[in-house]
Design a protein around this ligand. Sequence first.
Ligand code: FUB
Length: 442
Amino acid sequence: MKKLPFRFVLFSACSLFACADALADNPLMLDTFAADPTARFFEGKIYLYPSHDIIPPNGGRGFCMEDYHVYSSENLMDWTDHGVIVTQEKVEWVNPNYGMWAPDCVFKDGKYYFYFPANSRGANKRVGVAVADKPYGPFTPEPNYIPDIPPSIDPSVLIDPKDGAAYIFYSMNAIFVAKLKDNMLELETAPVKIDNLPTEGLVEGPFAFERNGIYYLTFPHDVGGGEALEYATADNPMGPYTMKGTIMGKHKDCWTNHHSLVLYKGQWYLFYHYKDLSPRDDTRRSARAEFLTFNEDGTIQPIVPTLRGVGICDAKRKIQIDRYSAVSESGTEVSYLNSEKTGEGWKIALSAKGAFVQYDRVDFGEETLKSVKIRANASEGGAIELRLDKADGPLLAKIEIPEGAEWKETSAKLETAPTKQHNLVAVSTGENPVEIDWVSFE
Ligand code: FUB
């Protein structure tokens, strides 16, 4: 069979699942690319406003974005795609040449304002607004971009909880801020460059918010070969700001990082992106999320990216154990189930006796679960023990994986019936390697 090029296969998969709900750890979505994720708390849920990387329709390389979707989630595991909210074909001032970059959305006085940078017909990137009554639209784009914002990218809007005033931050080889008028569509003050930040490498992606009277400005900073997420704080939205430190180091092999922070049900989260579904092209990115913690003094604890991400996984779902929280020091390897169709997800190989993988936060519920099913592959046959909480925790089940070259689903009775929330650990107890796709309880 002739092999299709990688980009064609992934594009086909995206088309196939275009309207499907997504379920994921990190990355949050498997059926689409979603970069530059701005997360907002609206109407009791998290709404995610990413930019939408696609494969360039006429070949070529580099960023390619023609529209925006919005997603929502209550549990941070299931993401509902509400569809396209703004598209390059339907914004008068936009040159429809696939340049719709990182957006933001805020709520003020009963309306949702979606800010987005795109290529204008005058060629430069400009910042425009679309307005809606609901967080998922329908959004009506303004006929023109905000004229007083010079060519620039990546708007982020902070609404000051003190007095309701709105400030727009954006990038153009530095970070700028201006106060918005009450109508949210025009500037009230001329933009000013924010001082006391790194003098080089601030090319994009500011995000601004307030917490406990402290104003935070967080931003990607090119530290050489990639962007770290750093932050500064101030007593006022317009500054002066003081550099505070790094939230996340640069990715090893994805040059951009773009982020937002949000408080949801008492927990802060960082949303950011990585090229999970596109290992050979870091301009096709995927949204991710991590827990974020503030210290007593308002500083932010640095975050190391994880595969597990956030959210609690129901034990009856297909628990994607390869999105692990921890693994044994050796004998494990994660790889795509199908490297030509990365959206199918991953598997984990346990190649040595004693090798284990741990997946945190499984909700076993209140009812008595009786059995477990595992989708695994062990050409020479293998043995897995499932344990609760840690690698030598209470035994849940012993599973013999029959030999054979095919993936198979094998069931086993549970030795104990767990309830409530626990970590799940799969340990290889045989001499032969075993690959695991997922585990699910019944
Ligand atoms: O997604 C296109 C651009 O890449 C964004 O506007 C930047 O923040 C960077 O992520």
